[in-house]
Design a protein around this ligand. Sequence first.
Ligand code: NAD
Length: 250
Amino acid sequence: LLKGKRALVTGSTSGIGLAIARSLAAEGAEVVLNGFGDEAQIAALRAELGATHSGADLTDVAQIEAMMAEAGEIDILVNNAGMQHVAPVEDFPVEKWDTIIALNLTAAFHTTRLAVPGMKRKGWGRIINTASAHSKVASPFKSAYNSAKHGLDGFTKTVALELAEHGVTANCISPGYVWTPLVENQIPDTMKARGMTRDEVVNDVLLVKQATKKFVQPDEIGALAAFLCRDEAQNVNGANWSVDGGWTAE
Ligand code: NAD
């Protein structure tokens, strides 16, 4: 279904981005991977998906511009790279704030502004932004992340309106907790910030609002991303799709 389309998925060497890249490749898209990681592992992913890879650090505008120039015209842009930091606002490290805003929000602005001219020219495009349940509601100790994700929702809606008559859609996918390194790595700081054990963090923080009491699986996000690329989804525009087991329904 996506033969002849080129998809750039940022932060696709791990977790959700990798699942989206796999799902789009399975539909026939030519995939450009991005993200950090072990060289041999990235080479294996490139071979598996027949993909190319950019190691651009998306907190750096010059590296984003170089990646976009190298990638050529992108039909499907998935802004997925993101990071988390858990700390009370008064102790929140200033450089972590800046990095999280740069990666989780500003990078999407740069890739989008650079991809849009080609999409407009072709009269077809898909922009999919991995937001979060934290683009709709907040949790304590995640000030930078929540701010960036709420911002990403607003950015996506704006772009959706600007491009609506050009055959280009822009939507957010907002997962609840998905078991990936991003979630695993925040457990120690959450234990510290809340004075909890590991099990308490998993059950009383991570899964407490996820009504299904299950972690979302990365390939569930991949399947939704592939759906948003279909022609049947041409009127899904400016939406923010929750995949959170009911968390934000409450
Ligand atoms: P992950 O840590 O498994 O993967 C993050 C990816 O981003 C990796 O490929 C990493 O190399 C890349 N990356 C990190 N810093 C980068 C940088 N400076 N430049 C370029 N790439 C960089 O995380 P994940 O859980 O798969 O998260 C992916 C997205 O999903 C993020 O935007 C995250 O906020 C969002 N999300 C995750 C969850 C969850 O529960 N895991 C829930 C909601 C939203």
